[in-house]
Ligand binder design. Structure first.
Ligand SMILES: NC(=O)c1ccc[n+]([C@@H]2O[C@H](COP(=O)([O-])OP(=O)(O)OC[C@H]3O[C@@H](n4cnc5c(N)ncnc54)[C@H](OP(=O)(O)O)[C@@H]3O)[C@@H](O)[C@H]2O)c1
Length: 325
């Protein structure tokens, strides 16, 4: 299998490389190519027992044949290079938001709508990190009871903003108080806005949660009200979710429905991001039923893994399985 990773030096890109090793995929990978910007050209990266040299991304690279190409270099890069790769008959798994809402591009969380990958070739979009863990937690409830409304507040780690986000928090913790990436100081703070403000009073990040959830659940009627918040945590996004269902159920039934989705666990432990960082599971706890057809829960997952790299690798595996590659 020939694999390419575009954005290989980033938070998500480096996690792909770690996961290839952890998932014992390196035996199947006959050629692994790593691409990044000019800044990283020539950098040596250890993958398993090999050292791979990072290449500067060029248009001509994307016209080569790959079995799978992972993109995690931001929307501007995906916009230009992913269509080139697609035109060269490649299957691209894109982590940026660039193609997520295109009608002809599947937006995939394999445990929920992986069947869309059967017979499909081209660009496959990986959803936003906050969306992925929310839909995984709510999938069973949506399937069996139907969802009318979701009110969600997120507590998002700085790594959600990539290398720059982590560096900004670490610098501020060392006493370098420059604010470059986030709109306010993040050390010892909570910033109640992620992404640019849109006309409808939601931010771009919040709009992603609204539109992507509707697309993944194939239901444009679901009312979704997110507030996305940045917190001084390195890895792991948390979400407080209120969900209103069409059909009523007891709390125990809700817990059973949460557990029917693969890679989702219910726990009585009140898990924190620090405890789930480095795992590939979405953890749900604190399920409550304050009134009929209304449920509350706490959902935590590793944003770089569950919310990006792991989901993308699960897409590859599902695509391969369904298309017998
Ligand atoms: N972090 C998350 O939790 C998360 C979750 C879901 C989706 N995503 C998405 O995944 C993508 C990457 O995120 P990240 O957190 O890994 O970001 P990051 O840490 O900032 O890494 C960005 C990567 O893109 C490369 N890059 C930037 N400009 C480029 C260019 N012009 N040509 C080629 N490569 C270029 C960088 O290379 P250099 O090192 O050479 O600069 C680096 O490898 C983004 O679209 C993001 O929205 C991130």
């Amino acid at each position: 299998m020939k694999i390419g990773v575009v954005g290989a030096t980033g938070e998500v890109g480096r996690t792909f490389l770690k996961l290839f090793e952890e998932y014992k995929m390196l035996n199947e990978i006959t050629e692994l190519r790593l691409f990044a910007s000019e800044r990283s050209k020539g950098q040596k990266v250890k993958v398993g027992s090999d050292e791979i040299i990072v290449e500067e991304l060029k248009e001509r690279n994307m016209t080569e044949r790959f079995d799978y190409l992972f993109f995690s270099a931001g929307s501007d890069v995906s916009k230009i290079y992913a269509p080139l790769a697609q035109n060269a008959d490649n299957t691209v798994i894109d982590n940026s938001s660039q193609f997520r809402m295109y009608n002809n591009v599947p937006l995939v969380v394999p445990e929920i709508n992986g069947d869309l990958l059967k017979g499909y070739k081209g660009i496959i979009a990986n959803p936003n990190c906050s969306t992925i863990q929310m839909v995984l937690a709510l999938n069973g409830i949506n399937q069996k009871l139907g969802i009318e409304e979701i009110v969600v507040s997120t507590y998002q780690a700085v790594s959600g903003a990539g290398n720059k986000g982590i560096t900004e928090l670490l610098n501020q913790e060392k006493g370098i108080n420059s604010v470059n990436h986030f709109p306010k100081v993040i050390k010892n703070n909570v910033i109640p806005i992620i992404g640019s403000d849109l006309d409808n009073s939601f931010t771009f990040e919040e709009e992603k949660m609204i539109k992507e959830t509707r697309k993944i659940f194939s239901n444009n009627e679901i009312r979704i009200f997110p507030t996305t918040v940045r917190v001084p945590v390195l890895y792991g996004h948390s979400e407080s979710i209120l969900v209103k269902t069409k059909i009523d159920a007891e709390k125990d039934e809700i817990i059973n429905l949460i557990k029917i989705t693969p890679n989702v666990e219910y726990t009585d432990e009140k898990l924190t991001p620090l405890e789930v960082a480095g795992t590939d599971t979405t953890f749900v706890s604190r399920v409550r039923k304050p009134q009929e057809k209304t449920f509350l829960m706490w959902v935590v997952a590793d944003n770089i893994r569950v919310g990006a790299a792991t989901n993308a690798i699960r897409i590859l595996k599902k695509h391969k399985e369904l298309n017998k590659k």
